[in-house]
Design a protein around this ligand. Structure first.
Ligand code: ADP
Length: 527
């Protein structure tokens, strides 16, 4: 959580926005409320926090309800009240509302993308992609309203029928991060709804506007009051209260591995279901037979798209020694052409990072990398904070470390910024060992023209996602998304696999023999 934003929240709280120099500006700033039981309501304490544009913090995107435990409890109560009616609405009818939602998102795509760039910084093309992902997810998952397949299977006794159906888990708490502020909420919200659950969503404090846009669209689509509820505010108390609430049956969380662990422990305390999508330290392997230009493009896109703030970012590149020099020279040359600036400017390649805390963390890692002899800074390395384009935002140069040893911190820990580490290797076998040698297991890629190498790496990488001749980013909504090791806890979002998060199986036996039949005990013979 951003300390800068936290401080602002405190000062913004309860102030009259129409008095005083700085506050006068706030008069024009729109105020956004929580959405509870179909009503847009202020927080119980009447407090707000400010959402700032990371490209220019003088630009206040909006004032959002600073939710307390009381607000969360109200939202949970509203979701609880709506649960039974929503569960009993046939799934194809629930899906009709979601198809309508998809149309609305499509209609507002441009506005939503520009709001998103303003609140979290990534370039317009990428925020358009983020909204498109929510649209794709909505249409794809709404289709499940007419599937939600269960199965039948033979029973072991005669005159007995066996089947298995999905049932909603009940009330779901959705806790989301700021880097995909509409796509990730949609990955959770849409499947939760089609499966017959009601929800309370707590978006990241840095990006409440995109979730507001999504929830507002739900209202416009006619999703009944209480089915979708939104509380804005900080992890503590809002997220924490949601996680600990006895009526919340499931928490679906995406965020840092450290916070995920806290969320998981809180869920374990009360036997709630918990699905976690957390960090990554993703890798691109470049073999000696790779199309180097293609590998460079994939590296630049994977490492610096969203300013490196993706859980799938290519933060390590393991390159065969036979092409290492050439690869590094080309990569550095290409990275130096990238333009850093406001994501709303079509000339910009790399936008700001999210907030002041992110700047400190990323610059801290750059210092760590520079302090060690085992790596060399080959491009970037500086914060950009002078000149009209950069003075008021959180900008960092795209940064490349080369000759990095695999055990160095910059090659092991998630930096979540525009920094990548290039590591030399002698062979595919060694590359795979380096690639697997981190605590995370989200995404990996190989660039090679050799089908045998591609399959070898595909088979040996212990990750949830793998790409051949493509970057570590670029997931599609109809395939499962998630990772191994410290990235997740075994669940997968997207695809049909997400249905296993938001439903529970019910095995049903129908005995039409008219007598007591005891499975495993009574004999069944041919005569
Ligand atoms: P980041 O450090 O990248 O901001 P976090 O993992 O802290 O990521 O945040 C992801 C989401 O989790 C945000 O919506 C945040 O408010 C929420 N969150 C943070 N702390 C907690 C907590 N203790 N309990 C529940 N949710 C939390």
């Amino acid at each position: 959580m951003s300390q800068a934003k936290k401080a602002l929240a405190k000062t913004a709280a309860k102030q009259t926005p129409t008095r005083g120099g700085k506050r006068l500006r706030a008069a024009a700033v729109k105020t956004y409320f929580n959405y509870i039981g179909g009503e847009w309501v202020a927080s119980a304490g009447g407090d707000f926090f400010e959402n700032l544009n990371p490209a220019d913090t003088r630009d206040v995107v909006g004032r959002f309800a600073l939710s307390t435990a009381e607000d969360v409890t109200r939202a949970v109560d509203a979701a609880k009240n709506a649960a039974e009616k929503w569960r009993l609405l046939p799934a194809p009818r629930r899906a009709e509302l979601l198809f309508r939602l998809g149309e609305i998102l499509l209609r507002y795509k441009e506005r939503f993308a520009s709001d998103m760039t303003r609140e979290m910084g990534k370039v317009l093309k990428e925020t358009g992609g983020d909204v498109q992902e929510a649209i794709d997810c909505t249409f794809y998952t709404a289709g499940e309203g007419r599937r939600l397949h269960g199965f039948t299977t033979p029973a072991e006794m005669p005159d007995k029928f066996a089947m298995c159906v999905r049932q909603p888990v009940g009330l779901c708490g959705l806790i989301t991060p700021w880097n995909f502020p509409m796509a990730i909420p949609s990955w959770k919200l849409i499947p939760a709804l089609v499966c017959g659950n009601t929800v309370v969503i707590k978006p990241a404090e840095d990006t409440p506007l995109s979730t507001y846009n999504l929830v507002k669209a739900c209202e416009e689509a006619g999703i009944p009051a209480g089915v979708v509820n939104m509380v804005t505010g900080y992890g503590d108390p809002a997220g924490k209260t949601l996680t600990g609430h006895k009526d919340v049956r499931l928490i679906s969380f995406t965020g840092s591995t450290a916070t995920g662990r806290i969320v998981a422990s809180a869920c374990a305390e009360r036997n709630a279901i918990c699905s976690l999508e957390m960090g990554g330290k993703n890798v691109i392997m470049v073999m000696e037979d790779a199309d180097l230009d293609l590998a460079i493009e994939g590296t630049v896109w994977g490492a610096f798209g969203t300013s490196g703030q993706r859980c799938t970012a290519s933060s390590r590149v393991v390159v065969h020694k036979k092409v290492y020099k050439k690869f590094v020279a080309k990569l550095v040359e290409r990275v130096q052409t990238l333009r850093v600036g406001n994501g709303a400017d079509p000339q910009t390649d790399v936008g700001p990072v999210i907030n002041a805390d992110a700047v400190s963390k990323i610059m801290g890692y750059i210092e760590v990398g520079q302090r060690e002899d085992r790596a060399r800074l080959a491009a970037g390395g500086n914060r950009l904070d002078t000149g009209a384009a950069h003075a008021n935002g959180f900008f960092i140069e795209p940064t490349v470390f080369v000759d990095v040893a695999p055990e160095m911190r910059i090659a092991q820990e998630e930096i979540f910024g525009p920094v990548t580490a290039v590591i030399p290797t002698n062979s595919l076998e060694e590359a795979v060992e380096i690639a697997n040698g981190v605590r995370y297991g989200l995404s990996a890629a190989i660039y090679t023209q050799d089908v045998n190498r591609a399959f070898r790496a595909m088979n040996d990488m212990y990750t949830g996602i793998f790409y051949v001749n493509s970057s570590t980013i670029g997931a599609e909504v109809h395939l499962p998304f998630g990772g191994t090791k410290a990235t997740g806890n075994g669940h997968r979002e997207a695809g049909t696999q997400v249905l296993d998060i938001f439903t529970e199986w019910k095995s049903i036996y129908v005995d039409y023999s008219g007598k007591l039949q005891r499975a495993q005990i009574d004999e069944v013979n041919f005569e």
